[in-house]
Unconditional design. Structure first.
Length: 88
């Protein structure tokens, strides 16, 4: 009986050690995933910053286009008036 108990304990200890090894492997994988997630979060933050810069540039360009459109519109109206008066 004592021999069976010792063998059973050895089997249980072996199973626990094997489970510990598997758990260590899982922890290593989780650590690697956390590093990857941190890298992805950094990329997302950088992209969000770049998107903000693009939005600012887009607003500047829209303002310039509005000015150009307004100037063109005024010139177009002036040309039409001159044509009506047969000056050109």
């Amino acid at each position: 009986m004592e021999k069976d108990t010792k063998e059973t304990l050895h089997v249980i200890v072996g199973m626990i050690e094997e489970l510990g090894k598997k758990l260590d492997g899982v922890e290593n994988k989780v650590d690697r995933l956390e590093v990857k997630v941190d890298g992805l979060e950094a990329k997302v933050d950088r992209i969000e910053g770049e998107m903000q810069e693009v939005k600012i540039e887009q607003q500047k360009m829209n303002q310039k286009l509005d000015v150009l459109s307004s100037v063109y519109g005024r010139h177009d109206v002036a040309i039409q008036l001159l044509e009506k008066k047969k000056i050109i």
